[in-house]
Ligand binder design. Sequence first.
Ligand SMILES: [Mn+2]
Length: 354
Amino acid sequence: MIIHMKKGALPQQEKAVLDRIISAGFKYEIIHGSTGIDVIGILGDLSGVEESFFSELDGVDKVVRISKAYKLVSRQYSAADRKIKVGGIEIGGRELVIMAGPCSLETEEQIVTIAGYVAKLGIKIMRGGAYKPRTSPYSFQGMGIEGLRLLAKVCGRYRLKIITEATGLHRHIDRKGRPEAKNVLENVIEYADIIQVGARNMKSYGFLQELALLTKDSKKPILLKRGESSTLKDFLLAAEYIVAHGNPNVMLCLRGIRAFEEPEFQRYTADIGAITVLKKESNLPVIFDPSHSIGNRHYVEGVSLAAAAAGADGLLIETHNDPANARCDGDQSVTKEELARIKALAVKIHAVVK
Ligand SMILES: [Mn+2]
């Protein structure tokens, strides 16, 4: 249920409304307008509450029941696009935001080389995984905290913002079999400008709640990936978990879904149509990951341009200075030259459709 306050409602009238929400046992989220409170979203099970319980109060313009299962992330709650600031970069605004970097951080030399060309292309956000959730326990598990420290050092030099994945609440075990001092989420929160939640964790509701609570004060932006077999409704409800627990700065990231295709042709099936659906249903920015959704660097350009044409607010692209020898996802990592071409074309297409 959302309460639209009248323009010019007095502070004591706003307070009376908030007091009634709390005394009835509910929580709320506020959207401020230019003069005072614009909209109040009431959180909880409101099935037994009449609209008049709130509409009778002074200063209330109207009360609207949100019919969707997801509330705070819906267009019904707030018709305006939710714009997310990362340093001077605005995600969900006028410009197409490109985030690029390797799947996995490997060595200092690799990080420096890739950050160098990413920055030179005018890209402002670098991706790179320090913790890698791998299917096999024998695969490279990521550099851990050492990788995060190197990434922060190099990105600082090139004035790049960092997006990196938090894989869970466990402590990473290093190559010598020792656990790190802090858990993965705590480390990632310390070093990342945008915290990535992977497809495997989209339904880890306890993890999503903990993440929201730990970033409630900082409101550090979160990029949530769609689970490979999740419906869009489940995806939006996962985003709702984070927003409802205190961090509204969530962006939705599509990364391909499981369909009938064989991996030799497509690793996943690019869910381009979902961009248009999410833009209509939700007020959150929508990012597209062309690398995982197609899984082959020869097709990354086509999928990137299709995503830009469908209205994506940003692209999350894997790139590597030596794809053939990458420790993770080399087959789908584009070269510097391919990345330059994708950026130039995608930015033009975005400008046409925006
Ligand atoms: Mn990857």
